[in-house]
Design a protein around this ligand. Sequence first.
Ligand code: GDP
Length: 303
Amino acid sequence: VALDKGLEKTKEGFLSKITKAVAGKSTVDDDVLDNLEEVLVTSDVGVTTTLKIIERIEARVARDKYLSTAELHGLLRDEIQLLLAENNSNDFRNFEYGQHKPYVIMVVGVNGVGKTTTIGKLANKLKAENLKVVLGAADTFRAAAVEQIKLWGERVGVRVVAQAMGSDPASVAFDTLQSAVANQEDVVIIDTAGRLHNKVGLMNELGKIKNVMQKVVPNAPHEILLVLDGSTGQNAFEQCKQFTEATDVNALAITKLDGTAKGGVVIGISDQFKIPVKYIGVGEGVDDLQLFDKKAFVDSLFN
Ligand code: GDP
């Protein structure tokens, strides 16, 4: 797995900060723990998850009466992997795509996080797995969103169902699912506007799209994929909170990890929301979407 690519900044930031945190020390003491806490918080792991990690290390120090700074790396790595392991159940190879036909993905997230780009990249990946994919342009709120998804459709060679700007998103979703069934397509990916104007509004908007989908495919959507911009740190946490309160998000895509040293957001969000991170975005190109593999991720942070 070429997971290293795109995570260089996080990795450099993380490793060099940890190295600094233990500089001149041979054993883990209160100073080292304070420094480590700061490293985790400034890598956007989030306060709650940082404290959890620090407490586990403290418990280990208390138990063994001694922990060398050399051992700290390994321990930290294990603890982080444990936090991720609690959530991460899926990967591309044992994916559910084959279990439902069509498999319906509703994509949510605020503007600018990389939603359209992620849809395009994902469509491309699925097409490469010989799946027939169709996209639904149900973000009818912005003309640019419809145009952009059409461009991605052309670029990766998948069909796009769209209506005029301002039309009812639920109606676009309905059309997309109906034509997918008629054409025996395997995967439907529906873009949504997901405006965070207010929670009730968002809940109603997404709820309506879901209800209409279920008129065509009874248990749709099979996946509600929330796209978060990994470079926005605490905003990503806040968006995750709002969207998970508004709808049953069951998968995450975290984008723009290539441009940031804040990849720790993956750890914190994964721990706090208990939703598997399925994909990470590591660039603007069509191939820059990776399946999230917790072991490869942790390895890339520490190696
Ligand atoms: P949307 O408004 O959520 O649909 O966002 P877009 O898909 O239009 O993406 C917004 C910007 O972020 C575009 O310039 C994308 O090229 C860029 N972008 C999306 N994903 C990534 C990523 O993983 N890495 C980088 N560096 N840029 C990304």
